[in-house]
Design a protein around this ligand. Sequence first.
Ligand code: ADP
Length: 192
Amino acid sequence: MFNLVLFGPPGSGKGTQSDKLVEKYKLVHLSTGNLLREEIAHHTPLGMEAKSFMDKGQLVPDEVVIGMVDNYFDKHKGARGFLFDGFPRTVAQARALDNLLDLKMTSISAVVALEVTEEELVKRLLNRGKTSGRSDDTNEEVIRKRYAVYLKETAPVSEHYKKVKKFESVKGEGTVEEIFNAVCKAIDKKLE
Ligand code: ADP
């Protein structure tokens, strides 16, 4: 299998690049943010629990997210590989993912991070909030909180993958095509 993690702060363009990457590398897209929003749209108990955290810009508890990922794996048994978008977001999630992939006799092939400055992120998210219908994108305080949570809880995940030399980062500012080319180059470097 070929398993890729697309890493980066909220608003760094992971969703946009994911659509192009799943097509090029024929991967199954696993976005925990999208899965959580689907749960909310269906008013499930999991969705209702998650919403209370998401609206405040906090992370949903690890066990909730990990359980959801495990279910998703069960539904996509024949996948050639996965593209993880917005997951893992904590070191505990990264460890759990290693274990889940171990059971499938596979592992993470590469992690590519998109680097974008905080001011650019806030600008992009407020702009997205005008049309996305996402309540967490309309309030600057919630956006800044998400960025603070990223620095504190998610950024350390990069160390987990640097230790095993799977981590690469690229500049997440420029045109969608320029960034896509840089991401593909970083992936190909790791696959050599
Ligand atoms: P963004 O990257 O723009 O913040 P996402 O759609 O990835 O958007 O996530 C939206 C929200 O969903 C996060 O702020 C968080 O509350 C929750 N969330 C998504 N993925 C995870 C995860 N892996 N662990 C914990 N919470 C998550």
